[in-house]
Write a protein that binds this ligand. Sequence first.
Ligand code: OGA
Ligand code: MN
Length: 295
Amino acid sequence: MSSRCIGFGDTLGFALRKGRSMQIKALCGALGSEIQGVNLATVDGNQMGVIRDTFHQSHVLVFPEQDLEPSAQVAFTEHFGPAEPHPLKTRATVDGFDTVLILENKPGQPGAPNDYWHSDISHSEVPPAASCLHALTIPDGHGDTMFCNMVAAYDGLSDGMKALITPLRALHSGMATYERSLQSNDARKIDPSEIKPPHAHPIVRTHPESGKKSLFVNPHFTAGIEGMTDEESKTILDVLYAAAIQPENIYRHRWQPGDVLIWDNRSVMHYAVRDYTEDMPRKMHRTTAGGEVPA
Ligand code: OGA
Ligand code: MN
């Protein structure tokens, strides 16, 4: 497969000029920007304009050294869409905040694994626009999260492959979350009868704000392609996944306590690296901003 240099960082100069006190730097060639010099608890409208522009360029934003109360994390998340509880409610939530999920790994309570490429809740009829993690406790140098750029993955396909997949829809199933709940000590065990039938979304979606096209399939929730055999689906999906997760298309975030990271769930997949054990505490607060029907 040919490699690509995406170079989106060049386009960040505009945001940088408008951002005044904020410092914005590209995290790698593929995606991701770090923004310093803003307190997300008191972010204003001008700063949010720059943050939103950078989000559409970079897909993943990292804000180091934040200290957000759950209410402030919800308020920040709501700049991207209404904060939503998890539809399957498998995670604990902060008291009084059903939209703030607690992702926790500690002795006697291993955290639920997320060590597979996915886009959050893609099996929903209306999957989230964005997900936000606030790192509270980090096992030093462990528990990184990886992100891949699904706009670049689409752009790098041949015209022939783009034409083949553009009319197709993929089926996304929540059964993967049920299966994971069998292996982990979730706050609530779900019953398979709660899982809705697979939901079809276009394989190529257009971002409602940036207008960019991206691949919208993931190996965790995508069960197949509508109207195709399992074998046919697998052959096509494997090509798309290989394009998405080539090393040149990945940013790997090494967490520091205090980091707030928000990603565009429409244009990236993510993967939580599970290189820690239950005796290495890790704790995050997660919020999710509602999106729109993929089109
Ligand atoms: C999730 C998830 C990533 C992480 O909660 O869906 O993917 O690094 N978390 O914990
Ligand atoms: Mn996730």
